[in-house]
Design a protein around this ligand. Structure first.
Ligand SMILES: [Zn+2]
Length: 173
């Protein structure tokens, strides 16, 4: 025991014992429990550290917004967090389920447009193969059968040039 009293604990050991007494070796714990001098030194260190803590607290700028860790409201906070999580999940589900639906709608619109294009292309092809619609084809047939150039001249008035030349013929020179 005398040997222990001869070699007192140093500052690091005292602080370590102050922070966590179980973290220091058993010999140090035993010495501290038995040695009034080391106990006094530890109390002095503790007071100094407490003063330092108070000074640091006094000198540090106060936060602009107060931080509140309300343990009392934890059930309510938990409830709010659960609600937020549920809402987020619902939104996620909506997005996930709405995605394919929207894609289907887009696909349907695209298919419709493609059908319209195809129909239009078929009409164009039909016209390129047979440019005269049915009604005009019938008219063409009739004109081939019954109407000759004389009838067409009667139907469509002759051009001005013809009229002038006709007048010249008729006029006495
Ligand atoms: Zn000691």
């Amino acid at each position: 025991m005398k040997k222990d009293h001869d070699s007192h604990l140093n500052e690091d050991q005292l602080i370590q014992a102050l922070v966590d007494s179980t973290a220091v070796p058993h010999s140090v714990q035993r010495h501290l429990a038995a040695c009034p001098r080391c106990q006094a030194e530890q109390h002095r260190l503790e007071a100094a550290l407490t003063r330092l803590g108070h000074m640091a607290k006094a000198l540090s700028p106060s936060p602009t917004r107060s931080i509140s860790l309300s343990v009392n409201h934890s059930p309510r906070r938990l409830w709010q967090k659960a609600l937020v999580a549920a809402l987020a999940a619902a939104v996620l589900v909506l997005f996930v389920s709405y995605g394919p639906v929207r894609r289907e709608v887009q696909l349907a619109a695209l298919n419709q447009e493609m059908d319209r294009d195809e129909q239009f292309l078929m009409e164009v092809t039909a016209l390129s193969e047979d440019p005269l619609p049915e009604f005009w084809q019938a008219m063409a047939l009739i004109s081939d059968v019954g109407f000759d150039n004389a009838f067409m001249d009667f139907l469509v008035p002759s051009s001005r040039e013809d009229v002038v030349s006709k007048n010249k013929e008729d006029a006495p020179c």
